[in-house]
Design a protein around this ligand. Sequence first.
Ligand code: ADP
Ligand code: MG
Length: 360
Amino acid sequence: MATSTPMSTPVDDGSPDLIGATLPGGFLIRRHVAEGSMGHVYEARGPDGQRAAVKVLHRSLMKKPDVAFRFRHEAELLDAVKSPFVPKLLARGRDEHGRPFQVIEFVDGEELNSILGERVVLPYREAIAIAIQMCRALAVAHAAGIVHRDMKPENVIVDGYPDDPKVKVLDFSVSKEADLAFTQTGVILGTPSYMPPEQARGDDVTPLVDVYAVGAILYDMLVGRPPFEADEPGKVLANLLTREPPRPRDLNPNVSRAAEAVVMRAIARKPEDRYPSMAALIDALEKLSEETARQSLVSTLPPPPSPPPVDEGTKSFASVDGGQAKSFSSGGTWWRTAVILFVLVALGVVAALASTRFLG
Ligand SMILES: Nc1ncnc2c1ncn2[C@@H]1O[C@H](COP(=O)(O)OP(=O)(O)O)[C@@H](O)[C@H]1O
Ligand SMILES: [Mg+2]
């Protein structure tokens, strides 16, 4: 897991000051949840007792028109993406000081970031299930003409991990309608560890930046680090623009060839070499998932009555395929017997030929 520092500078606006306050609409703020780049996030109870997350813009950022616009715009975009994998916008407004806020369905679970921790590799099946759900959220966004642009493990919440992971994609704060220009100010928004080269260069963004980001997150889930890693964001960017990432199987030999091929296509340097749409990436991931299910079905079948003898030359590798350990035989007795028989037969043939010539 990389340190994924946002490129926009977070502004500390002091400690959260709204605990115990009731916001217009009857949302009672109960506890502080997180501090994001634009403001604090709290947990609240709505008038019907429902749990909600309230995002409030930092006071100091209210005077920055571009940030205030992005904050309001985020709520509109969130409202436009109707997906079971994206939390619903419940309300929006301003508090008594005029600070804009958004009320969003509360999402239980853990940030994917904290599941990944340092160098943690997720079981194959769970990694693919999480990736597919992220793709489903983004496919709906893309159909509504919205590109997320900041997909990273911090913006993905996973509930029910590891038994039955349920994903919600958060944070449309740097998202854009696909036909708007990149930024007026030339500021790079997003996180370099999961960002494609064209976004890092400031070219126009297309939905394919999200295809790359899902690929980079899947890469991280399968090998325990994102494709490009360095001790500071500037170096990550430089590597991203000039180098090829290591192949996943070089970092974790248990990644299957098929999974490596999907990841490498999703994070292809040129957008035209990637999956052309979220739907195409979902298709590829579902095939991987079916393959894994088939493999684990085979590996859970009862063993044959008398298993063949295994000698000391057998190595066992834990495989991420379906989380089932697989054995690869690197030695055995049957082939030695076969080689000896073959040599004996060959010697017999040579001797017979030689004696025929000698006699003839
Ligand atoms: N609907 C929600 N339910 C639960 N926690 C949330 C919700 N929205 C945001 N959070 C928490 O607050 C953090 C910051 O919110 P986010 O929308 O990512 O804002 P920012 O743009 O500041 O990063 C998230 O990473 C998550 O931990
Ligand atoms: Mg965020």
